[in-house]
Design a binder for this molecule. Structure first.
Ligand SMILES: CC(C)(COP(=O)(O)OP(=O)(O)OC[C@H]1O[C@@H](n2cnc3c(N)ncnc32)[C@H](O)[C@@H]1OP(=O)(O)O)[C@@H](O)C(=O)NCCC(=O)NCCS
Length: 203
């Protein structure tokens, strides 16, 4: 356990201290970042974290050459993993529920090639594609996002969805494969504006 600051109060938590966070070697790190000491990071020099970010226990962020860019006010909940060679971007106010898997690399499943990370590259065919999760997106628990997808601003993904294609902004998607369900309210935009305004004039 360590002493850290949560909403201005000093608390005993399992989050890394600021000194420990700086020692990890992230590309960049913002203010008020809470990272569990039980989370794991690979390719840290290609991972950037914005302000007000929280990464919970047993999350794994493994950055390939494309890197992982996490915006501000982003929460990555327990047991989630974010990995692959392509660039993965999580914009501001993105919520990743527990046990979400986000991939920017994929093995070939046809049987024409061998697979898995222990096999030399001349026997396998791994493809890479960037993933972008735009601002105000919420990803439900247990969902899987495949390489190459973009999830538009304000979209939400239901629990246990398999996202194989781009998702339009301000729609709710769900299922395997994920399909459009209904529109999502744009009131979020007003809330976002109010929240950001309140930070300009803190009481
Ligand atoms: C997708 C979701 C937002 C839809 O909520 P909703 O609008 O209240 O939808 P309903 O419960 O009325 O369900 C509508 C239909 O979709 C189905 N459905 C709902 N969620 C589903 C899901 N995740 N996957 C597949 N089908 C789903 C329902 O069975 C129902 O089907 P029907 O029309 O055949 O009866 C919600 O079910 C969900 O998955 N939320 C994510 C919760 C979560 O992960 N929380 C973690 C902490 S943030």
């Amino acid at each position: 356990m360590a002493l850290t600051r949560v909403m201005g109060r000093r608390l005993e938590t399992s989050f890394l201290t600021d000194v420990e966070l700086n020692e990890i070697g992230f590309l960049s790190i913002g203010k008020n970042v809470l990272v569990s000491r039980k989370a794991s990071f690979y390719g840290m020099s290609r991972i950037s974290l914005g302000d007000h970010v929280r990464i919970d226990d047993f999350c794994v962020l493994s950055a390939g050459m494309g890197g992982i860019e996490v915006g501000s006010f982003v929460h990555i909940a327990v047991y989630s993993s974010i990995q692959g060679e392509g660039k993965i971007t999580l914009e501001d106010f993105v919520g990743i529920s527990s046990r979400v898997s986000i991939y920017s690399s994929n093995d070939d499943y046809t049987g024409e090639f061998m697979s898995n990370a222990t096999v030399a590259s001349q026997y396998s065919r791994v493809t890479h594609a960037d993933v972008r999760i735009c601002r105000l997106v919420l990803i439900g628990s247990g969902s899987i996002l495949l390489p190459g997808i973009t999830i538009g601003i304000g979209a939400a993904i239901g629990a246990l969805s398999l996202v194989t294609e781009n998702c339009d902004e301000f729609y709710i998607y769900k299922g395997n494969p994920a399909k459009k369900l209904i529109r999502r309210s744009k009131n979020l935009l007003k809330m976002e504006k109010d929240l950001l305004e309140s930070l300009k004039f803190p009481f």
